[in-house]
Write a protein that binds this ligand. Structure first.
Ligand code: GMT
Length: 383
Protein backbone atom coordinates (compact mmCIF):
# COMPACT_ATOMS: atom_id res chain seq x y z
CA UNK A 1 0.00 0.00 0.00
CA UNK A 2 1.33 3.42 -0.92
CA UNK A 3 2.06 5.54 2.15
CA UNK A 4 0.40 8.90 2.25
CA UNK A 5 2.57 12.03 2.10
CA UNK A 6 2.81 13.58 5.56
CA UNK A 7 1.84 17.24 5.53
CA UNK A 8 2.86 19.55 8.31
CA UNK A 9 2.53 23.26 9.04
CA UNK A 10 5.28 25.01 10.98
CA UNK A 11 4.93 28.38 12.66
CA UNK A 12 7.84 30.16 14.34
CA UNK A 13 9.34 33.57 14.82
CA UNK A 14 11.12 34.14 11.51
CA UNK A 15 13.73 36.43 13.07
CA UNK A 16 17.26 35.33 14.08
CA UNK A 17 16.96 33.41 17.34
CA UNK A 18 17.18 29.84 18.51
CA UNK A 19 13.50 28.92 18.30
CA UNK A 20 13.19 30.10 14.69
CA UNK A 21 16.41 28.36 13.74
CA UNK A 22 15.35 25.04 15.26
CA UNK A 23 11.92 25.27 13.61
CA UNK A 24 13.40 26.11 10.22
CA UNK A 25 16.14 23.48 10.26
CA UNK A 26 13.59 20.91 11.39
CA UNK A 27 11.29 21.81 8.49
CA UNK A 28 14.18 21.58 5.99
CA UNK A 29 15.13 18.10 7.29
CA UNK A 30 11.53 16.90 7.17
CA UNK A 31 11.19 18.13 3.59
CA UNK A 32 14.36 16.23 2.64
CA UNK A 33 12.73 13.15 4.12
CA UNK A 34 9.69 13.55 1.91
CA UNK A 35 7.30 15.47 4.16
CA UNK A 36 5.37 18.37 2.68
CA UNK A 37 6.25 21.32 4.90
CA UNK A 38 4.30 24.57 5.04
CA UNK A 39 5.86 27.47 6.92
CA UNK A 40 3.25 29.97 8.09
CA UNK A 41 4.61 33.25 9.44
CA UNK A 42 4.72 37.01 8.83
CA UNK A 43 8.09 36.81 7.03
CA UNK A 44 10.35 34.23 5.50
CA UNK A 45 12.33 32.53 8.32
CA UNK A 46 15.95 33.71 8.21
CA UNK A 47 17.50 30.28 7.86
CA UNK A 48 15.11 29.16 5.13
CA UNK A 49 17.72 29.44 2.40
CA UNK A 50 17.24 26.03 0.81
CA UNK A 51 14.91 25.58 -2.14
CA UNK A 52 12.86 22.41 -2.09
CA UNK A 53 9.70 21.48 -3.93
CA UNK A 54 8.44 20.10 -0.63
CA UNK A 55 8.72 23.44 1.17
CA UNK A 56 6.06 26.13 0.96
CA UNK A 57 5.91 29.52 2.60
CA UNK A 58 2.62 31.22 3.44
CA UNK A 59 2.98 34.82 4.48
CA UNK A 60 0.56 36.15 7.07
CA UNK A 61 -0.71 39.61 6.17
CA UNK A 62 -2.18 41.79 8.86
CA UNK A 63 -4.79 44.36 8.04
CA UNK A 64 -4.79 47.82 9.47
CA UNK A 65 -8.13 49.41 10.21
CA UNK A 66 -8.74 52.72 11.99
CA UNK A 67 -10.54 51.10 14.93
CA UNK A 68 -7.64 48.72 15.57
CA UNK A 69 -5.18 50.35 17.90
CA UNK A 70 -2.89 47.37 17.26
CA UNK A 71 -2.84 45.08 14.25
CA UNK A 72 -4.50 41.78 15.26
CA UNK A 73 -1.63 39.51 14.11
CA UNK A 74 -2.82 36.52 16.13
CA UNK A 75 -6.20 36.54 14.38
CA UNK A 76 -4.61 36.87 10.94
CA UNK A 77 -2.20 34.06 11.80
CA UNK A 78 -5.00 31.80 13.06
CA UNK A 79 -7.09 32.46 9.95
CA UNK A 80 -4.10 31.73 7.69
CA UNK A 81 -3.26 28.55 9.61
CA UNK A 82 -6.84 27.34 9.15
CA UNK A 83 -6.86 28.20 5.43
CA UNK A 84 -3.53 26.52 4.75
CA UNK A 85 -4.46 23.48 6.85
CA UNK A 86 -7.75 23.11 5.02
CA UNK A 87 -6.47 23.71 1.50
CA UNK A 88 -3.30 21.61 1.85
CA UNK A 89 -4.85 18.96 4.11
CA UNK A 90 -2.28 19.42 6.85
CA UNK A 91 -2.26 16.78 9.57
CA UNK A 92 -0.07 18.60 12.07
CA UNK A 93 0.50 22.21 13.05
CA UNK A 94 3.85 22.39 14.83
CA UNK A 95 4.17 25.71 16.59
CA UNK A 96 7.37 26.99 18.17
CA UNK A 97 7.13 29.36 21.14
CA UNK A 98 3.93 29.20 23.15
CA UNK A 99 2.68 32.74 22.70
CA UNK A 100 0.99 33.61 20.49
CA UNK A 101 1.59 30.63 18.23
CA UNK A 102 -0.04 27.88 20.30
CA UNK A 103 -3.01 30.17 20.93
CA UNK A 104 -3.39 30.90 17.21
CA UNK A 105 -3.17 27.17 16.46
CA UNK A 106 -5.92 26.48 18.99
CA UNK A 107 -8.14 29.02 17.22
CA UNK A 108 -7.27 27.55 13.82
CA UNK A 109 -8.12 24.01 14.96
CA UNK A 110 -11.49 25.30 16.18
CA UNK A 111 -12.22 26.66 12.69
CA UNK A 112 -11.57 23.33 11.01
CA UNK A 113 -14.38 20.85 10.61
CA UNK A 114 -14.11 17.97 11.14
CA UNK A 115 -11.30 18.44 13.63
CA UNK A 116 -8.51 16.48 12.09
CA UNK A 117 -5.44 18.49 12.86
CA UNK A 118 -3.08 17.99 15.78
CA UNK A 119 -1.25 20.82 17.47
CA UNK A 120 2.30 20.12 18.58
CA UNK A 121 3.73 22.95 20.68
CA UNK A 122 7.45 23.26 21.37
CA UNK A 123 8.41 25.41 24.34
CA UNK A 124 11.74 27.17 23.91
CA UNK A 125 12.51 29.20 27.00
CA UNK A 126 11.51 32.82 27.32
CA UNK A 127 7.96 31.87 26.23
CA UNK A 128 7.77 30.19 29.66
CA UNK A 129 10.35 31.86 31.90
CA UNK A 130 9.71 35.50 30.90
CA UNK A 131 6.64 36.03 28.70
CA UNK A 132 4.48 33.20 30.02
CA UNK A 133 5.44 33.82 33.62
CA UNK A 134 4.27 37.44 33.40
CA UNK A 135 0.89 37.82 35.17
CA UNK A 136 -0.79 39.25 32.07
CA UNK A 137 0.12 36.21 29.95
CA UNK A 138 0.20 33.46 32.55
CA UNK A 139 -3.36 32.25 32.13
CA UNK A 140 -3.41 32.22 28.34
CA UNK A 141 -0.03 30.49 28.19
CA UNK A 142 -1.29 27.78 30.54
CA UNK A 143 -4.48 27.43 28.48
CA UNK A 144 -2.57 27.16 25.21
CA UNK A 145 -0.26 24.50 26.65
CA UNK A 146 -3.19 22.51 28.01
CA UNK A 147 -5.05 22.67 24.69
CA UNK A 148 -2.16 21.48 22.53
CA UNK A 149 -2.28 17.81 21.53
CA UNK A 150 1.41 17.29 22.24
CA UNK A 151 3.90 19.49 24.00
CA UNK A 152 7.69 19.31 23.88
CA UNK A 153 10.35 21.30 25.74
CA UNK A 154 13.96 21.82 24.70
CA UNK A 155 15.44 20.77 28.06
CA UNK A 156 14.51 18.98 31.26
CA UNK A 157 14.96 22.30 33.03
CA UNK A 158 12.31 23.90 30.83
CA UNK A 159 9.91 21.00 31.33
CA UNK A 160 10.27 21.30 35.11
CA UNK A 161 9.87 25.08 34.96
CA UNK A 162 6.68 24.66 32.96
CA UNK A 163 5.27 22.25 35.54
CA UNK A 164 6.33 24.56 38.37
CA UNK A 165 5.13 27.85 36.91
CA UNK A 166 1.90 26.67 35.29
CA UNK A 167 0.91 23.72 37.40
CA UNK A 168 -0.01 21.80 34.25
CA UNK A 169 -0.61 18.08 34.60
CA UNK A 170 -0.17 16.97 31.01
CA UNK A 171 2.85 15.10 29.60
CA UNK A 172 5.67 17.20 28.21
CA UNK A 173 8.34 15.41 26.16
CA UNK A 174 11.89 16.68 26.26
CA UNK A 175 13.44 16.91 22.80
CA UNK A 176 16.78 18.66 22.91
CA UNK A 177 17.84 21.16 20.31
CA UNK A 178 20.19 19.91 17.63
CA UNK A 179 23.01 21.02 15.40
CA UNK A 180 24.14 20.18 11.89
CA UNK A 181 27.68 19.05 12.69
CA UNK A 182 28.71 19.24 9.02
CA UNK A 183 27.68 22.86 8.81
CA UNK A 184 29.12 23.79 12.23
CA UNK A 185 32.56 22.22 12.20
CA UNK A 186 36.05 23.20 13.37
CA UNK A 187 37.70 23.13 9.94
CA UNK A 188 35.12 25.19 8.08
CA UNK A 189 37.84 27.65 7.09
CA UNK A 190 35.85 30.15 5.07
CA UNK A 191 36.95 33.19 7.10
CA UNK A 192 40.31 34.11 8.54
CA UNK A 193 41.17 35.12 12.09
CA UNK A 194 43.06 38.06 10.60
CA UNK A 195 39.71 39.80 9.98
CA UNK A 196 39.46 40.32 13.73
CA UNK A 197 42.77 39.76 15.48
CA UNK A 198 46.48 40.26 14.92
CA UNK A 199 48.80 37.25 15.31
CA UNK A 200 49.11 36.40 19.01
CA UNK A 201 45.79 37.98 19.96
CA UNK A 202 43.00 35.78 21.31
CA UNK A 203 39.44 35.94 20.05
CA UNK A 204 36.57 35.89 22.53
CA UNK A 205 33.13 35.63 20.90
CA UNK A 206 29.51 36.15 21.94
CA UNK A 207 26.36 35.87 19.80
CA UNK A 208 22.82 36.67 20.85
CA UNK A 209 19.79 38.88 20.34
CA UNK A 210 21.24 41.49 22.74
CA UNK A 211 18.30 41.36 25.12
CA UNK A 212 18.84 42.10 28.82
CA UNK A 213 18.64 38.36 29.60
CA UNK A 214 21.88 37.84 27.64
CA UNK A 215 23.89 39.91 30.15
CA UNK A 216 25.97 41.97 27.74
CA UNK A 217 27.11 43.93 30.80
CA UNK A 218 28.81 40.80 32.14
CA UNK A 219 30.29 40.00 28.70
CA UNK A 220 31.86 43.47 28.41
CA UNK A 221 33.03 43.65 32.04
CA UNK A 222 34.61 40.19 31.76
CA UNK A 223 36.29 41.14 28.50
CA UNK A 224 37.75 44.30 30.07
CA UNK A 225 39.39 42.05 32.70
CA UNK A 226 40.65 39.61 30.04
CA UNK A 227 42.05 42.52 28.04
CA UNK A 228 44.06 43.70 31.05
CA UNK A 229 45.66 40.26 31.32
CA UNK A 230 46.40 39.53 27.66
CA UNK A 231 46.04 40.73 24.08
CA UNK A 232 42.55 39.86 22.93
CA UNK A 233 39.63 40.93 20.78
CA UNK A 234 35.93 40.52 21.48
CA UNK A 235 33.68 39.69 18.52
CA UNK A 236 29.99 40.38 19.15
CA UNK A 237 27.52 38.84 16.72
CA UNK A 238 23.88 39.92 16.77
CA UNK A 239 21.84 42.96 17.58
CA UNK A 240 19.02 44.07 19.83
CA UNK A 241 17.90 46.51 22.48
CA UNK A 242 21.07 46.35 24.58
CA UNK A 243 23.40 47.32 21.75
CA UNK A 244 23.64 51.07 22.50
CA UNK A 245 24.28 50.33 26.19
CA UNK A 246 26.85 47.68 25.28
CA UNK A 247 28.71 50.27 23.21
CA UNK A 248 28.54 52.67 26.13
CA UNK A 249 29.82 50.06 28.60
CA UNK A 250 32.68 49.22 26.24
CA UNK A 251 33.59 52.91 25.90
CA UNK A 252 33.51 53.39 29.69
CA UNK A 253 35.66 50.30 30.22
CA UNK A 254 38.16 51.58 27.64
CA UNK A 255 37.86 48.50 25.40
CA UNK A 256 35.68 49.81 22.56
CA UNK A 257 38.59 49.65 20.10
CA UNK A 258 39.09 45.96 20.91
CA UNK A 259 35.49 45.00 20.16
CA UNK A 260 33.97 44.22 16.76
CA UNK A 261 30.20 44.78 16.77
CA UNK A 262 29.17 42.74 13.73
CA UNK A 263 25.39 43.07 14.02
CA UNK A 264 23.15 40.27 12.75
CA UNK A 265 25.02 37.94 10.42
CA UNK A 266 23.91 35.11 8.24
CA UNK A 267 27.22 33.24 8.50
CA UNK A 268 27.50 32.27 12.18
CA UNK A 269 28.89 28.90 11.13
CA UNK A 270 31.83 30.70 9.46
CA UNK A 271 32.46 32.98 12.44
CA UNK A 272 32.28 30.54 15.36
CA UNK A 273 35.34 28.42 14.44
CA UNK A 274 37.48 31.58 14.62
CA UNK A 275 36.81 31.93 18.36
CA UNK A 276 39.23 30.73 21.04
CA UNK A 277 36.43 30.84 23.58
CA UNK A 278 32.69 31.50 23.33
CA UNK A 279 30.86 33.29 26.16
CA UNK A 280 27.14 33.27 27.03
CA UNK A 281 26.62 34.33 30.66
CA UNK A 282 22.82 34.80 30.37
CA UNK A 283 20.59 35.43 33.37
CA UNK A 284 18.77 32.30 32.25
CA UNK A 285 19.14 30.02 29.24
CA UNK A 286 16.81 27.09 28.76
CA UNK A 287 19.19 25.40 26.32
CA UNK A 288 21.67 27.78 24.68
CA UNK A 289 21.59 26.68 21.04
CA UNK A 290 24.44 28.95 19.99
CA UNK A 291 26.68 27.41 22.69
CA UNK A 292 25.98 24.01 21.14
CA UNK A 293 26.85 25.44 17.71
CA UNK A 294 30.13 26.72 19.20
CA UNK A 295 30.84 23.27 20.69
CA UNK A 296 30.16 21.67 17.32
CA UNK A 297 32.65 24.16 15.86
CA UNK A 298 35.27 22.86 18.31
CA UNK A 299 35.22 25.95 20.54
CA UNK A 300 35.24 25.78 24.37
CA UNK A 301 32.28 27.58 25.92
CA UNK A 302 31.88 29.64 29.09
CA UNK A 303 28.14 29.72 29.72
CA UNK A 304 25.66 30.51 32.44
CA UNK A 305 24.88 27.82 34.99
CA UNK A 306 21.29 29.10 35.26
CA UNK A 307 18.76 27.06 33.27
CA UNK A 308 19.26 24.01 31.10
CA UNK A 309 22.82 24.65 29.90
CA UNK A 310 24.17 22.04 32.31
CA UNK A 311 22.34 19.43 30.21
CA UNK A 312 24.39 20.51 27.19
CA UNK A 313 27.77 21.63 28.52
CA UNK A 314 29.87 19.28 30.65
CA UNK A 315 31.35 21.61 33.27
CA UNK A 316 35.13 21.27 33.30
CA UNK A 317 35.24 19.03 30.21
CA UNK A 318 34.00 20.99 27.20
CA UNK A 319 33.37 24.32 28.90
CA UNK A 320 32.71 26.05 32.18
CA UNK A 321 29.44 26.97 33.83
CA UNK A 322 29.52 30.44 35.39
CA UNK A 323 27.38 32.84 37.41
CA UNK A 324 25.78 35.50 35.19
CA UNK A 325 26.49 38.35 37.60
CA UNK A 326 30.12 37.46 38.18
CA UNK A 327 32.33 38.97 35.44
CA UNK A 328 35.37 38.15 37.56
CA UNK A 329 34.54 34.46 37.34
CA UNK A 330 33.72 34.66 33.59
CA UNK A 331 37.08 36.36 32.95
CA UNK A 332 38.98 33.86 35.11
CA UNK A 333 37.43 30.90 33.26
CA UNK A 334 38.19 32.43 29.87
CA UNK A 335 41.78 33.24 30.90
CA UNK A 336 42.23 29.71 32.20
CA UNK A 337 41.41 28.43 28.70
CA UNK A 338 43.20 31.15 26.75
CA UNK A 339 46.39 30.59 28.72
CA UNK A 340 46.50 26.83 28.24
CA UNK A 341 46.52 25.82 24.59
CA UNK A 342 46.41 22.09 25.35
CA UNK A 343 43.39 22.42 27.63
CA UNK A 344 41.64 24.67 25.15
CA UNK A 345 42.07 22.11 22.40
CA UNK A 346 40.96 19.25 24.66
CA UNK A 347 37.82 21.16 25.66
CA UNK A 348 37.14 21.93 21.99
CA UNK A 349 37.47 18.26 21.04
CA UNK A 350 35.18 17.23 23.90
CA UNK A 351 32.51 19.75 22.83
CA UNK A 352 32.70 18.59 19.24
CA UNK A 353 32.37 14.93 20.27
CA UNK A 354 29.42 15.72 22.48
CA UNK A 355 27.67 17.64 19.68
CA UNK A 356 28.18 14.77 17.24
CA UNK A 357 27.18 12.03 19.70
CA UNK A 358 24.29 13.55 21.61
CA UNK A 359 22.89 16.48 19.63
CA UNK A 360 23.18 15.40 16.02
CA UNK A 361 20.35 16.76 13.89
CA UNK A 362 19.35 13.35 12.46
CA UNK A 363 18.80 11.83 15.88
CA UNK A 364 16.67 14.66 17.23
CA UNK A 365 14.59 15.04 14.06
CA UNK A 366 13.64 11.36 14.46
CA UNK A 367 12.35 12.16 17.94
CA UNK A 368 10.07 14.85 16.51
CA UNK A 369 8.87 12.40 13.87
CA UNK A 370 7.83 10.01 16.63
CA UNK A 371 5.80 12.78 18.22
CA UNK A 372 4.10 13.51 14.90
CA UNK A 373 3.41 9.83 14.29
CA UNK A 374 0.73 9.72 16.99
CA UNK A 375 -0.86 12.75 15.40
CA UNK A 376 -0.75 11.16 11.94
CA UNK A 377 -2.27 7.94 13.27
CA UNK A 378 -5.10 9.91 14.87
CA UNK A 379 -5.67 11.83 11.62
CA UNK A 380 -5.63 8.60 9.57
CA UNK A 381 -8.29 7.04 11.78
CA UNK A 382 -10.77 9.90 11.28
CA UNK A 383 -13.38 9.52 8.53
O1 GMT B 1 17.23 33.54 23.85
C1 GMT B 1 16.34 34.20 23.38
O2 GMT B 1 15.97 35.28 23.83
C2 GMT B 1 15.65 33.71 22.14
C3 GMT B 1 14.89 32.45 22.36
C4 GMT B 1 14.20 32.10 21.09
O3 GMT B 1 13.00 32.09 21.06
O4 GMT B 1 14.87 31.86 20.09
O5 GMT B 1 15.80 31.42 22.77
C5 GMT B 1 15.26 30.36 23.48
O6 GMT B 1 15.12 29.26 22.60
C6 GMT B 1 16.35 28.71 22.12
C7 GMT B 1 16.02 27.56 21.16
O7 GMT B 1 15.33 26.56 21.80
C8 GMT B 1 17.20 28.23 23.29
O8 GMT B 1 18.41 27.69 22.81
C9 GMT B 1 17.48 29.41 24.21
O9 GMT B 1 18.20 28.95 25.35
C10 GMT B 1 16.19 30.04 24.66
N1 GMT B 1 16.49 31.29 25.37
C11 GMT B 1 16.33 31.43 26.69
O10 GMT B 1 15.92 30.55 27.41
C12 GMT B 1 16.73 32.75 27.25
Amino acid sequence: METEVRRIGITCYPTPGGSGIVATELGIRLARKGYEVHFISHSLPVRLREFSENIFFHEVHTENYPVFQHQPYVLSLAARMAEVADFHKLQVLHVHYALPHATAAYLARGMLRPQRICIVTTLHGTDITLVGAHPSFHRITRFSIEKSNRVTAVSRFLREETYRLFNVTRDIDVIYNFVDTDQFRPDRGRLSRSHFAAPGESIVMHASNFRPVKKLDTVIAAFARIRKARAAKLVLVGDGPERPRAEQWAREAGVLDDIAFLGNRDCVEDLLPLADVFVLPSANESFGLVALEAMSSGVPVVVTRVGGTGEVVLDGDCGYLVDPDDPEMVAARCLDLLGDEEKRRAFGRCGRERAVKDFHVDRLVEQYEKVYECAFEAADRKP
